[in-house]
Design a protein around this ligand. Structure first.
Ligand code: RIB
Ligand code: CA
Length: 332
């Protein structure tokens, strides 16, 4: 069976780095084929997300994987960077190499999305762990993208009344570019209105991802299991994330949304989901960036989302992180 083609669109980003390492491990194990990494401006600027992706791929010992520069910011409003969350360069306390032999693919991230989907029609598993800015641009280039992508998994939003992490009702990836996230919702709504067989995107919001907690103890175990440069830099990056979470009252720990979501994307059968329809509020004074679920069908629109509400893994998110951990350790 050919390995599943996987595209990651990320904004490294400390937990994005764990997702990159996990996906490289899955690629090297032959379980997936990581066809590309698209970098999008997120907590830090595009130049840093690209540089970080290159450095993390080097540290993970990745084979040559296309890396593309995507959107440099939100599609409709000035981009708000948040260096306090992932550090001034997006890698926390990690010290990443600034030289690499890897080249940045000359295609922009949006074009790479389109090319990858066309190259693997009905097969591509796409994972977004940052803002949807590049994906929104790709949808402008290729409106048929939803019909080409086999499965889209998004780390974004918050559901079931779970509070936001950026405003009372918004999650950061969506909050920084709600217009882009809403464009994704509309694109898949239209596609599924035309073809109900298409898979609705899997939205993994804070209601679930905040349960994926990386602790200092797990970092110690990682260093004990693999004293590699990758392990040393990942744990240095995570130490900053521990300090950030502690500073906002979450405790000295790290909610590692992105590797958890990457695992969910590769194990869809293990995800507890509810079909739904969502739109993203883009103008509310108090609700901008809110993912608004239509749980009772008031809108009468085709479902455009599967909301992740749990995992069918005994041990829950902690057990999922054990698998991510084992994959990273395998990258000695
Ligand atoms: O809200 C969590 C998301 O914002 C994660 O993807 C994290 O990396 C940050 O980008
Ligand atoms: Ca991210």
């Amino acid at each position: 069976m050919r390995p599943t083609p996987v595209l990651l669109d990320c904004d490294p980003g400390i937990d994005d780095a764990l997702a990159i390492a996990y996906l490289v491990a899955e690629h090297l194990a032959g379980r997936i084929r990581l066809v590309g990494v698209v970098c999008t401006a997120g907590n830090v600027g595009l130049a840093d997300t690209v540089a970080n992706a290159l450095a993390w791929l080097d540290l993970a010992g990745a084979p040559p994987v296309p890396v593309c520069a995507g959107a440099a910011g939100a599609i409709a409003v000035p981009h708000v960077f948040t260096p306090e969350t992932h550090g001034p360069r997006g890698a926390g306390h990690a010290v990443l190499e600034t030289t690499t032999t890897r080249c940045v693919d000359p295609r922009g991230g949006a074009q790479f999305w389109v090319d990858a989907a066309r190259a693997h029609p009905g097969e591509l598993v796409a994972i977004v762990t940052g803002p949807s800015s590049t994906l929104a641009r790709a949808l402008e280039r290729e409106p048929a993208l939803p019909g080409l992508v086999a499965d889209l998994t998004v780390m974004g939003g918050t559901f079931r009344g779970h509070p936001g992490n950026t405003t009372p009702v918004s999650e950061w990836n969506v909050d920084v570019d709600p217009e882009a996230a809403d464009a994704v919702c509309l694109a898949w709504e239209a596609a599924r209105s035309a073809d109900a067989e298409l898979a609705a995107p899997l939205w993994c919001g804070l209601n679930l991802t905040e349960r994926a907690v990386w602790t200092p103890e797990r970092s110690q175990r990682l260093l004990a299991a693999s004293d590699s440069p990758l392990a040393r830099q990942l744990t240095a990056a995570l130490r900053f994330y521990f300090e950030f979470h502690d500073s906002v009252g979450e405790g000295y720990l790290a909610q590692v949304h992105d590797p958890f979501v990457a695992w969910l994307a590769l194990h869809p059968e293990m995800v507890i989901t509810e079909d739904s329809h969502i739109r993203v509020e883009c103008s509310g004074e108090h609700t901008r960036g809110m993912t608004v679920e239509d749980r009772r069908g008031h809108r009468g629109r085709a479902g455009n989302a599967r909301i992740a509400t749990g995992v069918r893994v005994s041990g829950g998110p902690e057990a999922v992180l054990d698998e991510v951990f084992a994959a990273i350790v395998s990258l000695r």
